[in-house]
Design a protein. Structure first.
Lengths: 377, 377
């Protein structure tokens, strides 16, 4: 098997260091729209906006790359509209790198799928019930119209646990679709990442990974995780899957996760993350801190003049806990906005700390400190 | 009658110029927390936050002073909590001057009043139906605890049109309450403004104004307007009321209004404004521009790459109309946020233009230009 090691124009992943005592990797993803220090966390901008934040506010949290959703944008406003309005960067106002997912996960989680065959998936829109189709070729074409920097292949996601035959079939189809996606891609300024499926079955994960690696993608996601399985199950799958992926390509467990999940995944050698948790939890008055999560609606904060997190320079931490609680109790939009900012800032600070720790070969120490802190809540 | 012309420590209104061809006044309100150039527009921060904006974002629209609501803050979180958390400025994060209204208007518009006597108003909270009381003394005490720079006396607001006897009684009570409010006020760093009532009756407005002027307040509001009456009725009341107020004190028609109302009021010689319209309309996808209002959900904007308003430097106008429409169609919070920012920026820019025009004795020209532009929509 010959591997073409050339990456698409503009994308280059540089593995800078591997922690001496764990699998934690320090790297840099070079894109046409600037660098991304890894391990990195991408805020989720489902509908071309991180909910409640302007692009400038997202940038101020420390984020370097964001994620947008192909499924949502294809339904509304339509990829043709995004393209007419200058592509996703111009449209959203985010000038840094953008990764788009393929829609595979939304077909599974949001839409009502009516049929999946090798040709593609038939589904009904979650907005208006229209019957639509998504094929691997179509997912690539949409993402090329959107103009993201990194596109994802369409994968077949199944619920966990599922019957082994079903998982195996989805796995086969995911590889088939990856190959077709690769053949369909024409944009030279966009990189296409593959997605390893295989449910909770190490053998299926292994065969899926090996076949996708043989196809030589510039990056690899580990999909179908963070869908309700126990954390230990997820870590076990990362344990077997990450080492099978090429060392010189970014590894990306999609949709992961809680701060502890990020650390567990990083020590197993992955590089990229996305998750709605900081923003969704923020909107629901749940804040992340080094001392665990804080429920901002709790009455205990009513007269608390302290900031949410001491030493945090984010916009939320310029206010008292009492004010933040008031905003949520009064149903004010500013509550969700400020807590989204804090949580995103928290995630970015966590990853910045992790990167420093890897560089100094003390990731495990950092891991233990953070884990201990979160358990004090 | 002797008038004590001394103003409370920290507040000083300087009338700088009156337009040669109209009643439009240029001035500056000096407060302990900085200057306010008049005519000025105060964004409304009902519950100690301008909806959807951080204090920094409010400042960036050009606002110098904001308004907060005594009624709302007394109900939630309670003025004691605001005081414990350092007062309204510390609590909200807005370090510039703040004006609080007295709750009189909210009793009329939001709460279910069960009885109004000279002693005060009995009402039920719009949040939980609790039976509460508000007296002029209590309204002053709450505002002193909140710690605003300018407090308003409790007034008796009645619906328009109302029976003349009812309006007259409310008017009498408003003067009585103003006197008691003045006697109750103790904070030297807070100024108390009176509110002229009298409905649509010029005689009642006149007698109310004269009696309040005799009490020598550092500023005068014209209340009970913008409650559904025809604009011409409002202008007629401003015509008779404004000239009765001392020239050297700021004049403030509460709750006014649309951009055209601001210009009509300014040429009749008033100085301060507050209105929920820029933020409320913004949340409902209606934008103000020099070419009239724009409904951002309209399909005509779907593929429009132009900004909402050419030459506007606000955060909304960094995006295309197509993106703004998308945000509203997709139910994204960022739509209301960006349109609130634009509308507030629009109001501030309008008043800045007006101030320049007054300075150059060309207010009427400015008035005609703006009015003509708004009618092109």
């Amino acid at each position: 098997m010959t591997r073409d090691r050339s990456l698409p124009a503009g994308l280059h992943f540089q593995l800078q260091h591997v922690d001496l005592q764990s699998g934690a990797r320090l790297g840099e993803l070079h894109t046409l729209r600037g660098p991304v220090c890894t391990p990195a966390f991408m805020p989720v901008g489902t509908q071309a906006t991180v909910k409640g934040l302007t692009p400038g506010m997202v940038r101020a949290t420390g984020a370097q790359m964001v994620l947008a959703n192909t499924y949502h944008l294809a339904l509304r406003p339509g990829e043709d509209v995004v393209k007419l309005l200058g592509g996703l960067h111009q449209f959203s106002g985010w000038s840094g790198p953008i990764l788009t997912d393929s829609g595979g996960f939304q077909l599974f989680s949001l839409a009502r799928i009516s049929a999946v065959t090798d040709a593609g998936a038939q589904f009904r829109s979650h907005i208006d019930g229209r019957l639509l189709e998504l094929s691997p070729e179509r997912a690539v074409a949409i993402q090329e119209q959107l103009g993201s920097d990194i596109a994802m292949v369409l994968d077949h996601v199944v619920a966990l646990p599922s019957d082994r035959t079903l998982v195996e079939e989805a796995c086969q189809r995911t590889v088939l679709w990856a190959e077709r996606s690769q053949a369909a891609a024409v944009r030279k300024d966009q990189s296409l990442f593959a997605i390893v499926q295989g449910g909770l079955d190490p053998q299926l994960r292994q065969s899926c990974a090996e076949r996708l690696v043989a196809l030589d993608f510039p990056g690899y996601a580990i999909g179908g995780l963070s869908v309700g399985e126990a954390p230990a199950e997820m870590y076990r799958i990362l344990d077997v899957t990450a080492p099978l992926l090429p060392e010189d390509r970014p590894r990306y467990p999609m949709g992961v996760g809680r701060p502890e999940d990020l650390l567990e995944a990083i020590r197993r050698g992955v590089d990229l993350f996305d998750c709605v948790m900081p923003t969704r939890n923020g909107r629901n008055a749940l804040a992340f801190t080094d001392r665990g999560t804080v429920r901002m609606k709790n009455r205990v904060h009513r007269e608390d003049a302290r900031p949410l997190e001491e030493g945090c320079a984010c916009a939320a931490c310029q206010h008292s806990r009492g004010f933040l609680r008031h905003l949520f109790m009064a149903g004010e939009m500013l509550g969700p906005i400020l807590l989204s900012i804090h949580n995103l800032t928290y995630y970015q600070r966590l990853l910045s700390t992790v990167r420093e720790a890897i560089k100094a070969d003390r990731f495990e120490e950092c891991y233990r400190e953070k884990m201990a802190g979160w358990q004090t809540a």
